[in-house]
Structure formats: structure tokens, C-alpha cells
Write a protein that binds this ligand. Structure first.
Ligand code: GLU
Length: 291
């Protein structure tokens, strides 16, 4: 349960994040002044630095991680991670194009070049690694369940038989329910906010996705929703990029590791998701062998 104080803190943080965005001077978003010549010739880093702009896919409807604010710019932890990578390429946050990536279009948008990177509560897994590459993880989440606050009969995934469970196409939580809890009736939409009204009016019994996404909706729900039980999967969040671009992936991993060390990662967390969620442990970057 999240308190009113925490909700007020979230509002304040969102306002700070927005003003930082407008004034172009937030810590994670200020360009380092890097130039194309600072990067290996022919690398994606050199090309992006030379262009002076980057297109980043993120979520637009997920409080705490990626949520479009009143000025049209998204705010949240994923957004801050994206700004930090842009800044290291010498790109000001004003030169970032934010593209909405919903769960199902992340791989196609990376493959088709509509986005340069995706930072969008994007779980690193073997199936996706066949299509795209992942830097990170930069956060470790876990699948959970959200129900109406007065619901007492669902406390974990074993209670889902015969229940209508709402989730999103192309997401790992939806795949997990389909594969491992076949007695649940799965209802899939394009984005998680599509599940909120159906939960409120009883058309669905449960919404499932990562605990930290649900926490944002609970926090916004005026006490109507709650998380039921504990997380029951591991969802390491990675930064998605083109499958064969090992050089870019290594470089992003270096940026992430530096930000873990020098406090930029923690500052980004504290300004966004950290206003509601507990302080996370530092993740360990996984420099896996690309297949
Ligand atoms: N992290 C999970 C996934 O990548 C669920 C959240 C989402 O759909 O973005 O599928």
C-alpha cells in the first residue's frame, strides 16, 4: 500500500522531472559534449554523435518508468536511462525523439530501424535475444498480480483458474500465464492502461505484469487497486538494440556500469520510480555471448 505522502512525493517528482526536461539541464540529460571523433570510426556511437540526434522507444502509459506528461514528453526511470545514454553520445535531451513502443512492437521497431534503442520495461530473455540485442540489465523486476482492493480470493498465480486475467500482447507476463496457468482466461490488449477500466468495472478479475508497473497504477488508483501476493518471475530490464551491434552493446554496458558507480543511476531512480518504490540493489550487467 502506498501512502498519500508518497503519492504527493510522486507528484512533486513528476513536476521536477518535467521542469528538468523543459530546461534541458537535468543531471542525466545534459550532454557530455562528446563528439563523433571520440568514438571508433564507423561505429553506431560515432554515427549518432555525428547526427546529434537519437530516437528512443519507450512506454507512454506506465507511471514511474515511462509516462507522457502534459507537455508531451515522457518522464520516468526508463526515460532517464535513455537520456543518460544520449548525453554520453553528446546529444542533448532536446534532440531525442521519443517514440512509443508498446510491448508487441519493440523487436519490430528495433529490427526495422524505427528506433535506435528501446528502454521500455523490456525483459531480457533468450527468445528476444534471437532477434535483438540487450545491454543491461539496469533493473530487476518480477511479474505480479493486481486486483481490486476488496478482493481477498486471489493471492498468487495458483488462484487464477477460472479468473479473467488481463495483460498485454507480446509481453512476458502474458506468455507466462498462457504457458503455465492454462486454466486462467487470458484477455490481451495493446497496452496496460487498457486493462484498468475493465478491472474497475469487473470485466476482468486481475491485471498482470511486472510488480513495478503495477505499483504505479496502484499508486494512481486512489485506493481502488492493490498488488496481490509476491512477484513470481524474474524480469531483468535491458536496453534493446540491433541484434548484431556488439560494439554499441558493449559501449552501452560501459555507460551503465559507470552510472552504477558514480551515482547517476541512483539519482535517476530517486527522481522517478524511487519516489514510490524501495531502493533497488545495483544490478550486474550481463555481457552474454551473442548467438
Ligand atoms: N517486462 C515485461 C516484458 O518485457 C513486461 C512489461 C512490458 O510488457 O513492458 O514483456
Amino acid at each position: 500500500m502506498f501512502t498519500k505522502t508518497k503519492m504527493a512525493a510522486l507528484g512533486a517528482a513528476a513536476a521536477i522531472a518535467l521542469s528538468a526536461c523543459a530546461s534541458d539541464d537535468s543531471d542525466s540529460g545534459s550532454s557530455t559534449g562528446a563528439e563523433a571523433g571520440d568514438f571508433p570510426e564507423g561505429s553506431t556511437m560515432a554515427a549518432l554523435a555525428e547526427a546529434g540526434e537519437i530516437t528512443i522507444g519507450t512506454k507512454f502509459d506506465q507511471p514511474l518508468f515511462g509516462l507522457v506528461g502534459p507537455d508531451g514528453a515522457p518522464v520516468g526511470f526508463d526515460v532517464e536511462i535513455g537520456k543518460m545514454i544520449a548525453a554520453e553520445l553528446g546529444i542533448d535531451e532536446g534532440n531525442i525523439t521519443w517514440t512509443e513502443t508498446v510491448s508487441a512492437n519493440r523487436e519490430p521497431y528495433i529490427e526495422g530501424g524505427q528506433v535506435d534503442i528501446v528502454v521500455a520495461t523490456y525483459t531480457i530473455n533468450d527468445e528476444r535475444k534471437e532477434i535483438v540485442s540487450f545491454a543491461g540489465p539496469y533493473y530487476n523486476a518480477g511479474q505480479a498480480l493486481m486486483v481490486l482492493s476488496d478482493n481477498e480470493d486471489i493471492t498468487g498465480p495458483d488462484d487464477l483458474a477460472g479468473k479473467v486475467v488481463c495483460s498485454v500482447e507480446g509481453s512476458t507476463p502474458a506468455a507466462n500465464i498462457a504457458d503455465n496457468y492454462p486454466d486462467a482466461e487470458l484477455k490481451l490488449f495493446g497496452a496496460y492502461t487498457d486493462c484498468l477500466e475493465p478491472l474497475r468495472n469487473g470485466q476482468v478479475d486481475v491485471v498482470t505484469t511486472d510488480n513495478v508497473i503495477l505499483a504505479g497504477y496502484v499508486d494512481d488508483s486512489d485506493g481502488d487497486f492493490k498488488i496481490a501476493g509476491d512477484p513470481f518471475t524474474e524480469e531483468p530490464y535491458g536496453i534493446g538494440l540491433a541484434h548484431d551491434d556488439d560494439e554499441f552493446r558493449d559501449w552501452i554496458n560501459d555507460v551503465l556500469e559507470a552510472s552504477f558507480e558514480d551515482g547517476r543511476w541512483m539519482d535517476a531512480w530517486n527522481e522517478t520510480a524511487g519516489t514510490v518504490l524501495p531502493e533497488p540493489e545495483l544490478p550486474t550487467v550481463d555481457r552474454y555471448e551473442n548467438s
